[in-house]
Design a protein around this ligand. Structure first.
Ligand code: FES
Length: 133
């Protein structure tokens, strides 16, 4: 099921609700089983993201290096909550839980590319670049 869900998300940017019964039928599973998998994993989205996706790490090493204040400040400046997308559709903000970059915390992924030792200025630059691209 996971490769199918990944393929759907790669194609549509999300796993559409309409796909759940189709996946269930194809795999001879119940809709509840498929729904349970889709909602269990944070990486699956129910709606398409913005043009860029910023995943900020919220795990322990990044927390110890100020990630909570960093993400709270960014969300306040953008008027977003986790999984929210800016009004212009340029950026979606998602949480991540350890990116393997703990020694360079706080860390993030922008469209899958790692970013490390982040601060407010670096995040504001990311947002500005996302708005232009
Ligand atoms: S805790 Fe953030 S990268 Fe490991």
């Amino acid at each position: 099921m996971l490769p199918i869900l990944h393929a759907l998300q790669e194609r549509f940017g999300c796993v559409p609700h309409e796909a759940v019964p189709l996946v269930a039928e194809a795999l001879n599973l119940s809709r509840a089983e498929v729904h349970g998998v889709v909602t269990f994993y944070h990486d699956y989205r129910a709606t398409p993201p913005g043009r860029h996706v910023l995943k900020l790490c919220r795990a322990e090493a990044c927390q110890a290096m100020g990630a909570e204040a960093l993400s709270a400040g960014l969300m306040r400046r953008l008027g977003l909550e986790w999984h929210g997308t800016t009004a212009d559709g340029s950026l979606t903000l998602e949480p991540a839980f350890c990116l393997g970059l703990c020694a360079c915390a706080p860390a993030a992924l922008l469209d899958g590319e790692p970013m490390a030792q982040l601060d407010d200025l670096a995040l504001d630059r990311v947002v500005a670049e996302a708005q232009r691209a």
